[in-house]
Design a protein around this ligand. Structure first.
Ligand code: ATP
Ligand code: MG
Length: 409
């Protein structure tokens, strides 16, 4: 038997339904904030991710699905969505036109990680990117929007925020941090020893206990912000409070990706074990320039759909029934139920059985397949322009006139 690859999952039945539900919930919120749908290729030149996500990141360092295609191009399945959207933005010359553009996207991302609960090799994200707006109010809007989506989905989360400073205060902070860590570096893990050379601030979110021990008295970025960054960080907190959004300041939140500056944020859930981040994002004013475009302020986030699905599954009421099953007891009534079903399908999920079976056999099928309403036409009913109706939730049943059907369902 051919099976799906390790770390890759099918979205069938309830998973497919949940996936759609989550996307629709996200879409309906972000549209009201002016975001427009976009789609970019899942396969891009490897250089794009090396440059944008950063050589030193885990994603580029170990997790990329990279290969040489038949023409010898070095290509890579996208590990995240931002790089492709920024590439498309620059390629369309929107960076030169200026103005504000807001996009949302969703779909597969690929990371060669060790598969475990909440960690797949092909997973799905819903994400947004806003270009051309430098105001911290937009950072707040990005967070409020994500908060609204999680609320609409009924998911309880904790919001963590941080400021990563800008091109002026971040390098100064990095130097301080490196000096501090160098004194204690014999207890650093292998990954962090590498990070110390390539991207030291990533050491802050290392999951390793011995590294976290070293960091206990480390200097914090939040104590080392310049005035502009400090004022903006204060403003962000003020807007969140004014909008009733609770948050924690986490000076060690640095995000997995290397191109962030100023606001960084993450929503975590206590309901899904150790892979607890459900969404993360922040400001990335430098990325457009790194990729060869004109300097363009940008802020965005991405949400992990599978982790949201896992939380929703725990909450879901079992066996929520849906839809109508319509059947006939006699083959010459199939045309009749077909006519009725086509009318019902204008407003309701309707399944037709084309086989004439005993009423009990039909009822069994409808019950097992989780339908809510059972409609059955026999000769007797048909002669009186009626149909047998059963509600499979409360088990009530009656004969009703076919003419009344549309108003009764
Ligand atoms: P983590 O620390 O859990 O590895 P990350 O920082 O790598 O997360 P991001 O790159 O910010 O994650 O991606 C945004 C969201 O995508 C995460 O918050 C998470 O919900 C989801 N996500 C990331 N990697 C995976 C994966 N391998 N499988 C499933 N979901 C994932
Ligand atoms: Mg990761």
């Amino acid at each position: 038997m051919i099976t799906a690859l390790r770390g890759m999952k099918d979205l069938l039945e309830n998973d497919g339904k949940l996936y759609k539900f989550i996307i629709q919930t996200c879409e309906s919120v972000v549209k009201n904030y002016g975001y427009k749908f976009c789609e970019t290729p899942k396969l891009e030149e490897t250089t794009l991710f090396k440059r944008s996500v950063g050589q030193s990141s885990d994603i580029v360092g170990k997790e990329m699905y990279q290969f040489i295609d038949k023409s010898g191009n070095d290509v890579c399945l996208r590990p995240e969505g931002t790089a492709g959207v920024v590439r498309a933005f620059i390629e369309s010359k929107f960076d030169r036109v200026g103005g504000i553009r807001k996009y949302f996207y969703y779909g597969s991302m690929f990371r060669y990680e060790r598969p475990q609960r909440g960690r797949l090799r092909e997973f799905h994200q819903f994400g947004v990117e806003c270009f051309g707006e430098a105001s911290v109010y937009e950072d707040a809007s990005a967070i409020l929007m994500l908060n609204e989506i999680l609320n609409n989905l009924g998911i309880k989360t904790t919001l963590k925020i941080n400021s990563l400073g800008d091109g002026e205060c971040m390098p100064l902070y990095k130097d301080k941090l490196v000096k501090f860590i160098n004194i204690n570096k014999e207890n650093l893990c292998q990954d962090c020893l590498r990070r110390l050379e390539t991207n030291p601030i990533r050491i802050l979110d290392c999951k390793n206990d011995s590294c976290q021990n070293i960091l206990k008295n480390a200097p914090l970025i939040t104590d080392n912000l310049n005035q502009i960054c400090q004022d903006e960080f204060n403003k962000l907190q003020e807007i969140l409070r004014a909008n009733g959004v609770e948050f924690e300041i986490d000076p060690k939140l640095v995000r997995g990706l290397d191109y962030y500056c100023k606001s960084a944020f993450e929503f975590v859930s206590a309901e899904i074990g150790s892979q607890s981040a459900v969404a993360g994002g922040g400001r990335y004013d430098k990325l457009c320039e790194y990729l060869g475009g004109k300097p363009t302020a940008a802020v965005g986030w991405a949400m992990g759909i599978e982790r949201i699905m896992e939380i929703l599954k725990q909450k879901e009421p079992q066996n929520s029934r849906q839809g109508i099953y319509i059947c006939a007891l006699n083959p010459n009534l199939i045309d009749e139920i077909y006519k009725i079903a086509q009318k019902l399908r204008k407003h309701h999920i309707t399944e037709i059985s084309y086989e004439a079976k005993s009423p009990n056999k039909h009822l069994n099928i409808a019950d097992k397949r989780g339908f809510e309403i059972f409609l059955c036409l026999g000769d007797d009913e048909f002669s009186q322009n009626q149909i047998w109706y059963k509600n499979l939730n409360d088990k009530s049943e009656k004969r009703i006139s076919i003419d009344d059907l549309w108003s009764k369902i």
